[in-house]
Design a protein around this ligand. Structure first.
Ligand SMILES: NC(=O)c1ccc[n+]([C@@H]2O[C@H](COP(=O)([O-])OP(=O)(O)OC[C@H]3O[C@@H](n4cnc5c(N)ncnc54)[C@H](OP(=O)(O)O)[C@@H]3O)[C@@H](O)[C@H]2O)c1
Length: 331
């Protein structure tokens, strides 16, 4: 089968596109014929040598996939041959990734794709969708209907999912975007107020939007500025962090604890299969009902995986702003 893989870490040019043996599903696995995959920033950190865990060699890159079941392992019971599925959390914690014509995946990491949702759309929502869901509900932000949320980066992969899910939950949303076009896009996704962070004063806009502060602040940037963010929080506000492994910013302790605020950090890949399945069930329903929309910036052939990584990196690390939506690749 054709696959995009690496034998060593490094820049996007270490990605090879070529033949690897088609994997055999083990007992609890299924073999998925891949219809679409999506790129995430974490794919580029791992390829670049982030060294979170040891990588298999060769290592097939990528976390997200959508496709059709081709074979079922002897002990796998959730799916049948021919069924359409999607999933994420592959290519992480020493698992092989998804950027290939076929992937052998533990059935617990897969979910049935709704009939009226394409592989491209569901792949584009997968890692970013479960991330938004894990952070917004239950023990993290525990967002309630009628509350307010400030999303720093509502035009991004995760941010645009957080924005839409917060609206589905009945919250009021203020968010940032880096161009007039992206401001319009966030409005079309339902944001109540969108601030162009390049041309407008964000703090002024938040103060106008929520004079007593917002209930939730969701930071998607890798260098959080707590001196700016903490004043945005209302009494008992929740601050969500999910990016910036190397960030060591100063933190204004006094203004934070006297408001009874709480700080929540998480990574999606440490969620259990059951926790992720609960997210996937909502995502499936919302996609199928048209309440949640995937945002695809560009679709490329899998053979262009190296170019796709360069484009993602340019945007997430160098903040060039040339990407509006997810990069989807097709084998
Ligand atoms: N913890 C987890 O489980 C988890 C899961 C997924 C992702 N992440 C991490 O979360 C981060 C975001 O991921 P993503 O996929 O959403 O990335 P992304 O699609 O590249 O989005 C980046 C966002 O940041 C905005 N931005 C860039 N520079 C900015 C600035 N100076 N001021 C304000 N906004 C700015 C961009 O806005 P414009 O494009 O409009 O300028 C865009 O909305 C990454 O570091 C990723 O590794 C963590």
């Amino acid at each position: 089968m054709k696959a995009a893989f690496i034998n060593e870490t490094g820049p996007p040019s270490v990605i090879q596109y070529g033949d690897l043996p088609t994997p055999e599903p083990s007992e609890n696995q299924v073999l998925v014929k891949v219809g679409a995959v999506a790129v995430n920033p974490v794919d580029t950190y791992i390829r670049n040598g982030a060294n979170y865990w040891e990588l298999p060699v060769p290592f097939v890159i990528g976390c997200d996939l959508a496709g059709t079941i081709e074979k079922v392992g002897s002990g796998a019971t959730r799916f049948k041959v021919g069924q359409r599925v999607w999933g994420t959390n592959q290519g992480l914690m020493q698992r092989q990734g998804t950027f290939a014509e076929y992937c052998a995946v533990d059935e617990d990491w897969l979910y049935a794709t709704p009939d009226n949702v394409s592989d491209e759309d569901v792949a584009a929502c997968s890692l970013v969708g479960v991330t938004a869901h894990l952070g917004l509900f239950k023990e993290n932000a525990n967002l309630q209907s009628g509350e307010s949320i400030f999303i720093h980066g509502g035009s991004g992969g995760v941010g645009s999912m957080v924005l839409q899910m917060a609206k589905i939950a009945g919250a009021k949303v203020i968010t940032t975007a880096g161009s007039d076009e992206k401001v319009e896009l966030c409005k079309s996704l339902g944001a109540d107020t969108v601030v162009n962070y390049k041309t407008e004063d964000v703090s002024e806009a938040v103060a106008k939007f929520a004079p007593d502060g917002v209930n939730v602040v969701w930071e998607t940037l890798r260098e959080p500025d707590f001196e700016t963010l903490v004043p945005y929080l209302a009494e008992r506000g929740r601050l969500i962090l999910m990016a910036g492994r190397d960030a060591r910013p100063a933190f204004p302790v006094g203004p934070f604890y006297v408001k009874g605020c709480s700080l929540h950090g998480f990574v999606m890949f440490k969620a259990t299969p059951d926790e992720l399945r609960a997210c996937a069930e909502d995502i499936n329903r919302w996609l199928s009902e048209g309440k949640l929309k995937s945002r695809i910036g560009t679709v490329m052939p899998l053979s262009e995986a190296a170019a796709a990584h360069a484009l993602q990196e340019e945007n997430t690390l160098n903040q060039v702003g040339s990407l509006a939506g997810k990069i989807v690749l097709k084998p």
